[in-house]
Design a protein around this ligand. Structure first.
Ligand code: ADP
Length: 548
């Protein structure tokens, strides 16, 4: 082999090697470019995904954070960063956000130790918010153990709503119980009170007997008031609606507790708005509310621990379509633990015999029935303010009613000589009471125990009745109610009939309204029945004689 050959072979090998090298290089470069491109695309994709996730987390209104092992915030979504401001990331979550940081630290430690998820609800450091916290361990490589993910939810509204629901349910249950008890007590109370009233009015009784009877009468009246209170609580709505001036009503209520004020040496400061627009409501029920609030205020002011002058203030006003009564006392305030229970029936902090725990719950029921609100506006060591709001009554035709009519007073029964009265009631004591009330002089009273007897009397008795007093639920042997039979078969008697009922259910109220007769609720006092009877008999008499 010549040197030339060697050179040629050598050159050839070098050329082939170079070509191969260049080919490989080119191939590599192409692959590199592809890889770089692929990587860049991947990075862009990751960036987009990350942005998407960040947007998702920032949109969530609950707070989300990643905490390091020292419980500092490493990352957080927008909602939490806003709450943490001005601290931001790096803040100690427990101290910055919670009223009881040690509980939160304990929770975070438990999660990292057990590796399981935990939840608790805790009060926030600021305001009176309640936060529900869920903590889970962040699963990752061993180098950064101890990090956690925390989700924080503000559950204040939800808890308040649940509280209100439970409260309403409890109120409804107690309302049913109260109406049941009141229903059972109505008849005996009507007859005890009615007969005692009648006997007290007799002149023939001796002094001592008269005193005893007066006590029976007083106590029956007191018991009737309690039953009325219970019914007011149980009934969904007010009884007798009228236009009411809250200033006048408050003044009258204040007059009624004057004796209590003097006895307890509490000063009353009154500031009533003149020309308050009227609210629509039941005068007796609303007055009862104001008396309940004033009585509590007087009792609270009387027990002032320090030497402040015991004062109760009452003022009225109007604000944005709502008339209000505000009652303030210089008492020691309502403790936080008691505050959530004060509107619950039978809750009392007063000594046995002093408090029944019904005042506020009944007042709450009454105010709710009037579409108003009753709240504790403020309470503390400086005293307590209750505020009662009622919507101003707007007469569709003429706008707000500014001058409420002020009914009152009592009419005395004019005698109706020769009047015929029919009484239909299954309860012998009620029959006896009403019969005693209307018997005498030349009035004729037929007292019937059953609907069948009454119908027989109306059909064949040949008596032209001037007044019918009946329990509407008294039923015939066929199961038909006496009241319905009466209005269908003797429509002329409709305007001469008083239906007396102990049934306070709303459906009964609607049914009675539909019958078109006058309705009186038990327990009534005899004056109420006499008043109703007298008006009806007067009406009847004026129709008979053609007067108006
Ligand atoms: P009672 O007065 O019979 O206890 P209430 O329903 O009227 O029943 O009141 C319930 C509780 O609310 C009271 O026992 C008392 O603890 C609290 N309370 C009501 N009003 C006041 C007030 N003005 N100041 C302090 N505590 C009050």
């Amino acid at each position: 082999m010549t040197l030339w050959d060697v050179v040629v072979i050598g050159l050839t090998i070098t050329a082939v090697g170079l070509a191969f090298y260049l080919g490989v290089q080119t191939a590599y470069r192409r692959t590199d470019q592809k890889l770089v491109l692929a990587n860049a695309r991947l990075v862009e994709l990751l960036r987009q995904r990350r942005e998407q996730w960040e947007t998702v987390f920032d949109t969530i209104t609950d707070g989300i954070a990643v905490l390091n092992e020292k419980h500092e915030v490493q990352r957080a979504n927008r909602a939490l960063l806003d709450t943490l401001e001005p601290s931001g990331t790096g803040a100690h979550l427990c101290e910055t956000l919670f009223a009881t940081p040690t509980h939160m630290h304990d929770l975070l430690r438990t999660v990292t130790e057990t590796g399981t998820r935990h939840t608790m609800t805790a009060p926030a450091r600021q305001g009176s918010r309640q936060l529900r916290v869920t903590v889970a361990p962040l699963r990752e490589q061993t180098t950064r153990k101890g990090r956690t993910v925390v989700v924080i939810e503000d559950v204040t509204e939800r808890q308040a709503m649940q509280g209100r629901l439970i409260h309403n349910e409890r109120m409804a249950a107690v309302g049913q119980l109260a109406s049941g008890v009141a229903h059972e007590l109505n008849n005996p109370l009507t007859s005890i009170g009615g007969l005692a009233e009648l006997l007290v009015a007799r002149e023939s009784l001796s002094g001592r007997d008269l005193e005893h009877l007066s006590v029976i009468n007083e106590q029956a009246t007191r018991a009737k008031k309690i039953v009325r209170n219970l019914l007011a609580f149980a009934r969904p709505g007010p009884d007798e609606m009228a236009d009411i001036d809250l200033s006048k009503l408050s003044k009258r209520a204040a007059q009624l507790i004057e004796y209590d004020l003097r006895l307890r040496k509490v000063d009353l400061e009154e500031d009533y708005s003149a020309d308050l627009p009227a609210v629509r409501g039941d005068r007796h029920q609303l007055q009862q509310v104001v008396i309940n609030l004033l009585t509590n205020a007087v009792q609270a002011a009387e027990q002032n621990a320090d030497n402040r002058r015991p004062v109760v203030q009452i003022n009225t006003g109007v604000n944005d379509g709502t008339a209000y009564i505000r009652i303030f006392d210089t008492g020691a305030g309502i403790p936080t633990a008691a505050l959530k229970n004060i509107f619950t029936p039978f809750f009392t902090t007063k000594d046995t015999g002093k408090g029944t725990g019904l005042g506020l719950s009944i007042s709450y029921g009454i105010v709710k029935g009037h579409k108003g609100t009753l709240i504790v506006e403020s309470t503390g060591v400086e005293g307590t303010t209750f505020k009662l709001d009622l919507p101003v009554y707007v007469d569709d035709a003429s706008g707000p009613v500014s001058r409420p009519s002020d009914s009152g007073g009592f009419q005395v029964l004019p005698r109706a000589p020769g009047a015929n009265v029919l009484i239909v009631d299954g309860d012998p004591a009620i029959r006896r009471t009403i019969e005693t009330l209307f018997s005498g002089e030349d009035q004729k009273v037929d007292a019937m125990a059953s609907a069948d007897q009454a119908i027989e009397k109306l059909t064949t008795g040949g008596v032209d009745y001037d007044l019918v007093i009946a329990d509407p639920r008294t039923a015939t042997s066929q199961g038909e109610s006496f009241a319905e039979r009466l209005v269908n078969q003797w429509p002329a008697l409709k305007s001469k009939t008083v239906l007396v009922t102990a049934d306070v259910r709303p459906e009964t109220g609607r049914w009675l309204d539909g019958l078109g007769c006058r309705v009186l609720r038990k327990p009534f006092n005899i004056n109420e029945l006499l008043k109703a009877a007298s008006e009806m008999m007067q009406d009847g008499a004026s129709k008979k004689t053609g007067t108006n």
